[in-house]
Design a protein around this ligand. Structure first.
Ligand code: 13P
Length: 335
């Protein structure tokens, strides 16, 4: 087994998932603004450190994705944030793209940037303790979108990024996110997401990326959030599995979903059904940002000194999602 494949299996072992705590400073500021907490480096650190030092890290979180600011911060106990995470047995990941910018030639769409100087940045992150990385491509569904241009250029960037990351002995999380914003049907989401993922794998293969050493981070198949169509959680699971079976090569060891704006319970319920009906060889797991942190953030913002109370909420959410990766979650477990 390759070293990279070992890292993937370690992150996703025993139903563990990934905490996506890599919000950029701008995004984190929006999250903190929404709960009326000033977005200072100290407050951003305080909230994140509260999560990273919770007991759930040992049992439920196999990896944490950090942002450049956080990987360099020092905890209140005077160890580095990577040390704090590694001491829990979880692995350190880092977001390495520099954000989605307007795509020249199709200004309604975005292309993710960050390839310039990436090899050097990766070497530094590796020295800081990172074992895996993240790059997010983003696509919107509308009448003529995503365009061929967006599908092609984002797949190309994801593949170039992945090849560089593996060269530096780290596991790339490949995240092509088809947004849930819009009026589109679930069928359209299925078609577009399948096309996007297939194109990504064509490019990954051209760039000689070892597919056993990546984690795919896709969206689930949902109807648009402004669509009149309402589909059941069972249908979400069925369509998501249909999409992944037809577009992901079987060498890929693990798939960790993003939550993409779904509520905490919804994303857990959908993951539970996906795992229950999973007949593929892929390990199905989670790499949630909002759907792991929302409840904890809301509580913390009103009780900033109550570390234990905040951790209890986070512990519960991670436990629920780890149960969901095994198809063992039930609504009755929710408090
Ligand atoms: P959400 O789960 O909030 O969609 O975030 C996951 C992520 O890492 C987006 O890039």
């Amino acid at each position: 087994m390759s070293e990279l494949n070992n890292i993937v299996l370690k992150i996703l072992e025993n139903g563990k998932g990934i905490l996506a705590a890599d919000e950029s400073t701008a995004t984190m500021t929006k999250r903190l603004d929404s709960v009326n907490v000033p977005s200072t480096p100290e407050n951003r650190l305080m909230f994140r450190e509260t999560l990273f030092s919770s007991s759930s890290m040992k049992n439920y979180i196999g990896g944490v994705i950090l942002y450049d600011e956080t990987i360099r911060q020092i905890s209140s106990k005077k160890n580095t944030i990577p040390e704090l995470i590694l001491n829990t047995g979880s692995l350190v990941g880092i977001k390495v793209d520099t954000g989605a910018k307007i795509l020249a030639g199709s200004p309604y769409e975005k292309i993710t940037e960050g390839l310039d100087g990436l090899r050097e940045r990766l070497k530094e992150y590796y020295k800081l303790g990172a074992k895996f990385t993240k790059w997010r491509g983003v696509y919107n569904i509308d009448k003529n979108y995503p365009s061929k241009l967006s599908i092609h250029s984002n797949a190309h960037a994801l593949a170039r990024y992945s090849a560089l990351v593996q060269e530096c002995n780290m596991v790339p999380i490949v995240e092509p996110e088809v947004l849930m914003d819009g009026e589109h049907s679930a069928k359209e989401c299925l078609e577009k997401t399948s096309e996007v993922i297939k194109r990504c794998f064509e490019e990954l293969i051209i760039h000689k990326v070892d597919l056993k050493g990546i984690i795919l981070k896709p969206n689930m198949i949902l109807a648009g959030n402004k669509s009149k169509e309402k589909i059941t959680n069972e249908e979400v699971a069925k369509l998501t599995l249909e999409c992944l079976k037809s577009s992901v090569p079987s060498e890929v060891p693990g798939i960790a979903f993003l939550s993409g704006g779904q509520s905490e319970i919804e994303s857990t319920e959908n993951l539970n059904l996906i795992s229950k009906h999973n007949t593929t060889s892929f390990i199905m797991s989670y790499s949630y940002g909002r759907a792991l942190q929302q409840g904890a953030l809301k509580f913390w913002s009103k009780n900033i000194e109550d570390i234990e109370g905040t951790q209890q909420i986070f512990n519960h959410r991670t436990k629920m999602n780890t149960l969901a990766t095994q198809g063992k979650w039930s609504k009755d477990f929710e408090i």
